[in-house]
Design a protein around this ligand. Sequence first.
Ligand SMILES: Nc1ncnc2c1ncn2[C@@H]1O[C@H](COP(=O)(O)OP(=O)(O)OP(=O)(O)O)[C@@H](O)[C@H]1O
Length: 722
Amino acid sequence: MRLLFCVSKCSRRMHLLKLKAVQPRLLWLEHRPAAPAAPRRRRPGSGAKPPGCAAPVPPLGSVRPAGSLAGLPVLLSHTPPGRPRTVPHTPVAFASSSSSSSSSAPSSPGPAEPRAAADGDRTPGSLPLEDAKRILRLAHPERWNLAAAVGFLTVSSAVTMSAPFFLGRVIDTIYTSGTDTETMTASLTSLCIMLTGVFLCGGAANAVRLYLMQASGQQIVRNLRASLFSSILSQEVAFFDKNRTGELINRLSADTAVVGRSITDNISDGLRAVAQAAAGVSMMFYVSPSLASFVLMIVPPMTGFAIIYGRYLRSISKRTQDALAQATQLAEERLSNMRTVRAFGKELSEVTKYTQKTDQVLGLAKKEAMMRAGFFGVTGLSGNLMILSVLYKGGILMANQHMTVGELSSFLMYTFWVGISIAGLSSFYSELMKGFGAGARLWELLDRTPEFPLNEGRVLPMDQLKGQLEFRDVSFAYPTRKEALIFHKLNLLVPAGTIMAVVGPSGSGKSSLVSLLLRLYDPDAGLITIDGHDIRDLNPYWLRSHIGTVSQEPVLFSCSIRDNIAYGAVDASTVTTEDIYRAARVANAYHFIQEFPKGFDTIVGEKGVLLSGGQKQRIAIARALLKNPKILLLDEATSALDAENESLVQEALERLMEGRTVVIIAHRLSTIKNADTVAVLDQRCIAECGHPTELLGNRQGLFRKLMEKQAFLQEEQQRALV
Ligand SMILES: Nc1ncnc2c1ncn2[C@@H]1O[C@H](COP(=O)(O)OP(=O)(O)OP(=O)(O)O)[C@@H](O)[C@H]1O
């Protein structure tokens, strides 16, 4: 008996997994030029004004929009600003912990939009039928392995459950053979040899069952993670403005693991428990129907108790995962901006904030532990009561000659097995409920349809792409701040092959203009066109493959310089080392890269933290060069370079700009002096537009004032340095 118990315990703990190392196949990333789509219906108001560089200056006294003021540095905002700018050189804005307001309500879903939506349509106590169906659907690709595992499970369970019956026979053989030792030894030997063979088969079947279950389970988790990552990456940029990175990472790692556990170890153990409980109960009835009916009276109340417990566990599991997500979010944000935390000496207060978050997790975990302790205490007690009742009632039956000692022994062993199986079933149930809780958070993300497609729409023939850009009566506000209008009826024309410099006060919307051109957001009204085609009709993936960008704070990935530059190519596998070297030379990056001990194989650190600002900028320029785009969007690309490098890069950029349409966002005259046109952004639209010399000639003009201010600031800086 003890041996059987040990075998069962050990088999549970065996972790034989072999994971197929297959890379996630992100289908949406495969470039499938779609069939030309019907042109989109023009929005009302489009074309009402003739396209032109200059737009009417807003009337005097018009109120400056809140949006333009919001550009000032805000270090603790109550809603996550989510701006895609996180480089240590720049001010870092943390999402305020108070925004979660979770200290008082740990189950608060926080600001994440999809979670709030899903919370609305779920009642914690409702039957998780949909969740169960989804979990089963996840297991569908592994059905053959799982079916084989169920086959082996049947064999191993049949062996396990036949053991008490045969052991009862052994006991009866010993008792009934009386003093005839020879006969007893012979029968005992043959019985034991037969049983050893049967047990060996059972052990082998159990091992194969465990392997198949675990391997399939891990495959399911891997598929779940790949689909979830694919779903997250296909969301529009506004989604990332609203959802915090740490929270998404938590779903990707912790929630998938919980769901995975509920499918892997759990389904395997659960099925075994079901099979053994069913076989055990049948055998109990076979051995003694009256004793079985008496003992199993305890099952219905236990089932009711388990259902109530499961519901509670499911809801608390979801709350725990939410609280954990908030803690992860805080840690992720602070750790990735460690320099800012150190510079402000906020280590201790950040530790306190993190501890508060983990305290919430702890509080919920304690509640869960209490519930668990109660539940398992009651199930353990009921198991012991079952054994006691078997001994009591069985003893009476034996005394009345209705049972043999072997039958009572068999019955007792079956009762043990049924008890163990019921305990296994309750743990299966509680793990499954936890899985449903975590699964609910995953389905929200998996089911979310991006607001605009990633790889659908028209693809223009290459020879038709000239690169003329036009904004027609464009009005726009960020989805997270709909009330703060960034552009109002903005008109701008950038003829193909020309250079347009965009200038304007801080927060006037220069970077927003670039975001709209890249179709990271859609305007609320008006049209943005490329060669007369509404960019909403074009395939966004194709569109972005023809636009090169160098942003104000270039972000590099934590891999080699070579890989970072190759990242710019539409198909990185076709890039040769010579292509990378050429791009680096043109971007004036080749020499400094070669001076590193590992040259182009130097690892740049997280977000390029191991490089200087100027070096990062030049690598970003090389990355854009490798793309060889028709349209270039440069966001103050030379700002981080010293005077000498700036002129070298400027030369390189001038060569690169030839034959391309370029939009440069710039503050400094040196950056924009070669532009064909300058557009000055102010008060939500283009306030001035024309040739740089012409605009400089206008003493009262905004451009002139901006440049004077800029020159004054530079002089001040230089004086301060001297
Ligand atoms: N993702 C976002 N969500 C909400 N508001 C945003 C977002 N990005 C920018 N804004 C707001 O839009 C306005 C314009 O910002 P933008 O970055 O386009 O200005 P800018 O002219 O490039 O500023 P700067 O010269 O300081 O870089 C600002 O008020 C800013 O707070």
